[in-house]
Design a protein around this ligand. Structure first.
Ligand code: ATP
Ligand code: MG
Length: 392
């Protein structure tokens, strides 16, 4: 049986004159993502994007899951196509729908017929189909016409009839590519992948930079970061991860500078380098996973030591969130388990025993003069290499 996927827009529905630009972005994005699941026709009508299989070989479940992870789509459902005949419709409802209602409390059936020659009217169709589903579920679900947990829809159109599953919520946000490109500072922690996902959800194309400090950080630590990039690329699409080595710089900080300032000096170099990489790859903003007050380098004073080094906006989507909220999102998008694997990060090697929490910019700049980081940053910038993950 052919199964179509129906996708309801999110915020695009609110767009005015240039809505068609967003719709086209979304269609192109979906087409790319579902290409591996077979031949489909993709089109939009009234805030809904339709994915219709063109032959029986199509993997509609694959397309459904891909659509669910596509930014710009707020909700998805499946439509089972059948003949315009009550027996056939009931057969489909009884065999396909119960698994979508398992564990739910209540449902109702809503019907619509654009073919007015169909022998039953809409309430009659809903009654019959609802009764058949109830019978098939042997009391495991109730009908509630006022406040149902699930709505099963039946549509009688000119060419065929469709039985649709309850809408499931999807990724939401804006289509990828509708809001420019930004550079994510990606560590192996819990926060930065979530920060990337959140900006990706606003339609931003994500490019990433990861700083390593080999041999103080291991290859396993880098592989973990690449795995995290792959996990968010399931939502955000292809990501180029630029890997930059800070080994020499960190050794120099350790050998020359006051220990209290080491993290701040490192973070200043990270921000200056991020700005150069952003410039090189046409990224209009920088994204970090910082959350106010989470650690010593994320106090207002500490942020003020790194912020002026960027020549473009620095987005910190997690700035006002609690760790618990960040963890909830990390679990939802599937990065949490990878993030908590215990590998070292360049920020955690040579960490000061008593980091400055209220640093004065002048004092940091004095330390930076002793360090003379620019030649080492030039070398790090030149030796950057790129790993690309995800293709859709
Ligand atoms: P995370 O969970 O993202 O690692 P964190 O709470 O450990 O965050 P920090 O280590 O202070 O916080 O890092 C703050 C932000 O700096 C990170 O969210 C990330 O954006 C960036 N960052 C930290 N380490 C690296 C790194 N090795 N490479 C690239 N960016 C990094
Ligand atoms: Mg970290």
């Amino acid at each position: 049986m052919r199964v179509s996927v129906l996708c309801k827009y999110g915020e695009i529905a609110l767009k005015g004159m240039n809505r068609h630009i967003f719709e086209k972005l979304l269609r192109d994005r979906i087409k790319k993502r579902i290409a591996e699941f077979g031949r489909f026709k993709v089109y939009t009508v009234q805030s809904t994007l339709y994915i219709l299989p063109l032959d029986d070989e199509c993997d509609s479940d694959g397309a459904y899951e891909a659509a669910k992870r596509t930014f710009g789509i707020a909700a998805v459902s499946k439509a089972f196509e059948t003949e315009k005949d009550m027996d056939a419709i009931i057969r489909v409802a009884k065999t396909e729908i119960p698994k979508y209602l398992e564990g739910k409390k209540s449902f109702k059936v809503e019907s619509k017929r654009s073919d007015k020659k169909f022998p039953l009217n809409s309430p009659e169709i809903s009654n019959e189909v609802g009764g058949a589903i109830l019978q098939a579920m042997h009391g495991r679900v109730k009908v509630d016409v006022h406040n149902p947990e699930c709505v099963i829809r039946v549509e009688i159109r000119d060419n065929a009839a469709y039985v649709c599953t309850n809408q499931e919520s999807a990724a939401g946000g804006m289509p990828t590519g509708s809001n420019g490109k930004a550079l994510l500072l990606l560590s192996g922690g819990i926060d930065s992948p979530v920060a990337g996902y959140m900006m990706g959800r606003r339609g931003v194309v994500i490019e990433a930079v990861h700083y390593e400090s080999f041999p103080y950080t291991s290859e396993r630590a880098r592989d973990k970061v690449i795995e995290l990039a792959e996990l968010i690329s399931r939502y955000c699409g292809e990501i180029h991860v630029h890997v930059v080595s800070l080994t020499k710089l960190q050794e120099a900080i350790r050998d020359k500078c006051d220990e209290e300032y080491s993290t701040l000096l490192l973070r200043r170099s990270m921000m200056r380098l991020a700005d150069r990489i952003a410039e090189k790859y046409y990224c209009k903003a920088i994204i970090t996973g910082e959350s106010l007050g989470q650690v010593a380098s994320q106090t207002m004073e500490a942020l003020n030591v790194t912020n002026p080094l960027a020549n473009r906006p620095v987005f910190r989507p997690l700035i006002g969130t609690d760790k618990e909220e960040i963890v909830t999102i990390a679990r939802k998008i599937g990065t949490f388990e990878t993030s908590i694997q215990p590998y070292e990060d360049c920020c955690t090697v040579f960490t000061p025993r008593h980091p400055k929490t209220r640093p004065e910019l002048e004092a940091v700049i004095e330390q930076e003069k002793i360090l003379d980081p620019i030649p080492m940053e030039d070398e790090a910038f030149e030796n950057e290499y790129t790993i690309t993950v995800g293709s859709r």
